[in-house]
Design a protein around this ligand. Structure first.
Ligand SMILES: NC(=O)c1ccc[n+]([C@@H]2O[C@H](COP(=O)([O-])OP(=O)(O)OC[C@H]3O[C@@H](n4cnc5c(N)ncnc54)[C@H](O)[C@@H]3O)[C@@H](O)[C@H]2O)c1
Length: 437
């Protein structure tokens, strides 16, 4: 393919070298003449493992050209990869001045181009930027329509500085954000051979995934370092501890606990977090990230309360009461807090939880309910139908197939359903208000 690359920093220069290595003709564009001169001379503008040799070879192959002229580059290519910088502004927002200015230039170039062109945004962009900001600029400057006269998609870049050529050849996945089939097909032709999944999604989700990945990486590093500080104070080897933590591929290094849902609770996580915080305090160790977990969890509960209050309805049915699906354990259940809030504020409340109901009948949980939550015990119904009948808003906090099945069959179109656990039940359409987080 004939490809133009805008922005020849770490991302753009490595992409330029790798695409030329793979047989494509590549035009590099940058506003920095020094970078263009380096590349033209077969030298790398960034220090990266393997780039000195690779750049020398690909420039010698004659498949690379460089220019400052955006219009010329668009005219001579089928697609453009946009890799310009998007640094932080002093207030923490994203400084998009480079990409905004570039889109004016790309739009002007598209106005003059008669053959179709694909623009692939690879710079990291806050969600919404492509559709709400960049596309209007491109359409206004070109006088053309996206999807008809030119194509656009967002493809986040996942390479890491230091290992960028290896990451280019073996990324964790290829994600393409687009609602445009020709754009998806072109990128599949370009990157579909890589040894990873090729996943198409919406533009906004693709923009968000990039932030989510980077923030998760930052969180992982900080968690390991906080753990190390506490280990050091306790005389425990942090490397050994984290090595062992990483050996658990079921719960630790796995998708477990990474599905959005309701707040955590139960007899272990809150109590053990509190004990860890106390331990850190007594050893003068600050763990700001872990110290914030319980308050973030509380905000999640408050968010659900606010959603219910916003409906303006007063009769609430809760499906689920224990701290998670499949258990009758009510200790530190966030749903108990939710129920208590509704009772305290004078809402009408009915609760259905088959596990809690069963253990109550068996006597196992009866004492806990009578001693700790007698006010909720009296509101529990043994049939889901009684809860549905008595409610205007149904809060679903149970991810149990047979319960969801019964709910889908019995819910009325005039009732609202708030989904706390991501059941995403399409049969609830009409009555369905949506996810609640
Ligand atoms: N560096 C990384 O490891 C990495 C990894 C993934 C994603 N990203 C994202 O990719 C983007 C680029 O990152 P980078 O580290 O390569 O940036 P960089 O700052 O190293 O390079 C950006 C280049 O864009 C050029 N530029 C600015 N305006 C231009 C214009 N109008 N036309 C052409 N070129 C122009 C600059 O001169 C510079 O050479 C950023 O959004 C970044 O967040 C970076």
């Amino acid at each position: 393919m004939n490809i133009s690359i805008f922005g020849l920093g770490y991302v753009g220069a490595v992409s330029l070298a790798c695409l030329a290595r793979d047989g494509h003709r590549v035009i590099g564009v940058d506003v920095d003449q020094a970078k263009l001169d380096l590349i033209a001379a077969g030298r790398t503008p960034v220090v990266e493992e393997g780039m000195i040799e690779l750049m020398r070879d690909v420039v010698a192959s004659g498949r690379i050209d460089v220019t400052r002229d955006a219009r010329d580059a668009v005219m001579r290519s089928d697609l453009s990869l946009v890799c310009v910088g998007t640094p932080s502004a002093p207030n923490g927002s994203q400084n998009q001045s480079a990409i905004l200015g570039l889109c004016e230039e790309l739009g002007a170039a598209l106005r003059a181009k008669v053959t179709p062109h694909l623009i692939v945004f690879r710079s990291t962009l806050v969600p919404g930027t492509v559709e709400d900001v960049l596309l209007p600029i491109l359409e206004a400057a070109s006088g053309k329509k996206r999807g008809a006269d030119f194509h656009v998609c967002f493809q986040p870049e996942f390479l890491r500085e230091g290992t960028s050529i290896r990451d280019y050849d073996k990324p964790p996945f290829t994600i393409v954000g687009t609602d445009d089939e020709p754009a998806r097909a072109t990128l599949h032709a370009l990157f579909g051979h890589l040894p990873c999944e090729f996943l198409a999604t919406s533009i906004r989700a693709a923009e968000m995934v990039k932030y989510c990945c980077n923030n998760f990486h930052a969180l992982k590093i900080t968690f390991a370092n906080e753990t190390a500080r506490l280990c050091e104070a306790l005389g425990v080897d942090p490397f050994e501890v984290m090595d062992l933590v990483c050996k658990d591929r079921q719960l630790n290094i796995s998708p477990a606990y990474l599905k959005p849902g309701f707040a955590f609770g139960g007899s272990c996580l809150p109590k053990d977090l509190r004990a860890t915080m106390y331990l850190a305090k007594t050893h003068d160790v600050e763990l700001p990230v872990q110290a914030a977990i319980l308050s973030s969890n509380r905000q999640h509960i408050d968010h659900a309360i606010a959603k219910v209050v916003q409906t303006g309805k007063r009769r609430i049915g809760m499906i689920g009461l224990s701290f998670k699906t499949g258990t009758d354990d009510l200790r530190e259940s966030p749903l108990v807090l939710l129920a208590e809030h509704f009772i305290g504020k004078g809402f009408g409340l009915r609760v259905y939880d088959p596990e809690v109901q069963l253990s109550r009948l068996l006597g196992a949980n009866r004492r806990f309910i009578e001693q700790h939550v007698p006010h909720i015990g009296s509101l529990m119904c043994s049939e889901i139908a009684s809860v549905i009948d008595a409610s205007d808003v149904i809060v679903v906090a149970l991810d149990d197939r047979s319960t969801i099945e019964a709910l889908a069959q019995q819910v009325r179109p005039d009732q609202m359903v708030l989904d706390l656990v991501g059941i995403r039940e399409t049969r609830l359409k009409g009555a369905y208000v949506g996810l609640c987080w």
